[in-house]
Design a protein around this ligand. Structure first.
Ligand SMILES: [Zn+2]
Length: 298
């Protein structure tokens, strides 16, 4: 690994410096995706990736991690082969229709989950942070929700623009929307990638207001144990997935920007809404290694 691209950090959640080793593994033991090439970061099969746990707040995170200023190497340069000549990423092909349909079906459930906490008759504005291929933005459009997306992947931004979606790079967004806030904020499979969590939290803070609803999902430390038991590291992929939250750690982190977990989870059975207290919902849920949460700003 090229040392100049990586740095050791204190706990980004509580700033604690008392860290313990949680896990380490050679890059060669992670699932190798032919489309991704991390050689630009000096990562090779024998490179050891290390994961720390904070003794204070129990946050689990990759440490050392890529420095913020080299993030583009992970999210643009290393992915150059990923999109080459792939029908699924070419707007208008049959493969693309199939890809978009499958993803939209997967993400659709985010909407009833969020809209349970707002008046659905209000005019609503949604910001999708890490909007990827714009599936959530397209679905929001169908529901009459004004939606805007931000992403750092240039290929995906260009793809979304071809679909006529309103998307921006982080710097473009800052220029166009400085000081504006959103009713609905979606961070779908984003927080595990975030290199600078404090910058991320300030951003969430800046674009939210009282009663903003935040949808957040990501990975928990249990995922590392689970994939280790199976001997297959797919989602516990320590180059891109650098943050692993327990419930309590995430609640503490989000509270720093005034967000509280919704006190109930609402599930819909036979068109009826059933409210389950959050504590009960957390106990009932099987351990999967993934979390999915709704936060409300107070
Ligand atoms: Zn901590």
């Amino acid at each position: 690994m090229k040392e100049e691209y990586f740095e050791y950090i204190p706990c980004p959640v509580c700033n604690g410096e008392q860290l313990e080793e949680f896990f380490k593994i050679a890059f060669g033991r992670l699932k190798q995706k032919r489309s991704l090439d991390y050689s630009c970061l000096g990562i090779h099969q024998g490179s050891i990736l290390k994961v720390s746990r904070c003794k204070g707040c129990k946050f689990v995170f990759v440490n050392p991690r890529v420095r913020r200023e080299y993030e583009h190497l992970v999210y643009n340069q290393s992915k150059q082969n990923m999109y080459l000549n792939k029908g699924r990423y070419t707007v208008g092909t049959v493969e693309n229709r199939d890809f978009a349909r499958q993803r939209k079906l997967k993400y659709f459930s985010i909407f009833p989950k969020m809209l349970n906490y707002v008046n659905p008759s209000d005019s609503l504005r949604l910001l999708d942070i890490g909007c990827g291929f714009g599936h959530i933005l397209s679905l929001a459009g169908e529901l009459g929700i004004e939606s805007i997306g931000v992403d750092i992947d240039e290929f995906r931004l260009d793809y979304c623009r071809q679909l006529g979606l309103k998307v921006f790079s982080p710097s473009e967004f800052k220029t166009c929307y400085e000081g504006e806030s959103f009713d609905l904020i979606v961070c779908q499979s984003v927080i595990e990638h975030v290199i600078d969590l404090n910058e991320f939290l300030s951003f969430i803070d800046s674009i939210s207001k009282e009663k903003s609803i935040l949808y957040l999902n990501g990975v928990t430390p249990y995922l590392i144990r689970k994939e280790n038991r199976r001997g297959m590291f797919v989602k516990a992929h320590f180059v891109e997935h650098v943050n692993y939250f327990y419930n309590s750690t995430l609640d503490f982190f989000m509270s720093r920007a005034g967000f509280k977990p919704a006190s109930h989870e609402i599930i819909i059975i036979n068109s009826r809404k059933i409210r389950i207290p959050l504590k009960l919902a957390r106990v009932m849920r099987p351990k999967t290694g993934f979390f999915e949460r709704i936060y409300i700003r107070s």
